[in-house]
Structure formats: C-alpha cells, structure tokens
Design a protein. Structure first.
Length: 171
C-alpha cells in the first residue's frame, strides 16, 4: 500500500495524507488556496500580498495555474524522467511574463483552475508507487537532490501554502 492515501476533502477537492519518516501532513490540492481566496473580498484582491511581490488576485491565479504543470512534473520524475532543465532565473522570468499576462485575472478564473486541476493532481498522487515516491531527482542548482515524495511536499504543498500565506497575511 502506498504512503499516499486520498480521501474526500471538505470541498469538492481531494485530500492526500502521507507519512514520511514518521511525519504526517495533509494536503488538499488547491483547497487551502481556494479557501483563502474565497475569504478575500473583491476589493482586496488588487491589494499587494504580504510579501509585496504580487497582487492577491495574481498570486492566487499563479498558484492555481501551477497545479497542473507541477502535477505533470511529479508524474514525469516519478517515472524516471529527469527534472526539466531550467535555472531559477528562467523560472523567475516565466513568472514575470505570467504576471504581466494575467495581472487582471478574476476570482472565478482562479477557482475554475483549482476545481479543474485538483482532482487530476490527487488522482496522479494516489497512483504513485513506493518505488516512485522513493526515486531520487536532481533539481536545478543550487537545490539538492530530493526524493519524489520530498518534491511533492516542496512543489505541490509548499508552493500553494506559501502563496496562500502571502494572500491571507496581507489582510
């Protein structure tokens, strides 16, 4: 039985529970972001996030639109493909372009992204075997080599949690 198990979440999303070295954490792909964004008032979504980098509306859109690509990356590296070749500077440049292209993203667009991507993410995570979760992957410099399971925690859980915190922390 896999260390990952999915159960229905409090919303139409799914919840993942994993045990890694005795630790346990819960993750509903997009649900924390969805709840944080639902809690924001329309007049505040144009406000800056607590880190001052983006607006609340764009930070939510960015995190939601990342669920699908991160899901695909997890699937690929779990199957033994190398991590996509990119530098942190290239990733920052892509984020800057996305910020310009989607500066006026709406709450409805963001919630639709979450609702469409979360079930696919949860399903893919459920399908990972123990061997796939334990597979090592080399990330871009200067980041260390990690297991697929650790990458899930960093990219799927951590990325969404970070942006949710910057949105809710600005209120």
């Amino acid at each position: 039985m896999s260390r990952l198990a999915l159960v229905a979440g409090p919303d139409p999303s799914y919840q993942m529970r994993t045990r890694a070295g005795g630790a346990r954490y819960n993750f509903c792909p997009g649900s924390t972001l969805n709840a944080g964004y639902h809690g924001s008032r329309l007049r505040t979504t144009a406000a800056r996030c607590s880190d001052g980098e983006w607006t609340q509306a764009f930070a939510a859109f960015h995190a939601a639109s990342s669920i699908g690509p991160i899901t695909q990356t997890v699937k690929d590296i779990a199957q033994g493909q190398p991590f996509p070749s990119m530098t942190m500077e290239e990733l920052d440049a892509r984020n800057a372009v996305q910020a310009k292209e989607h500066a006026d993203s709406t709450k409805a667009e963001t919630i639709d992204l979450i609702k469409n991507a979360a079930p696919t993410a949860a399903s893919m995570l459920w399908s990972l075997s123990e061997a796939e979760l334990d597979r090592k992957v080399k990330l871009p410099e200067p980041m260390p080599e990690v297991t697929v399971e650790m990458f899930v925690g960093m990219a799927m859980v951590g990325h969404t949690a970070y942006h949710t915190q910057t949105i809710t922390g600005a209120r």
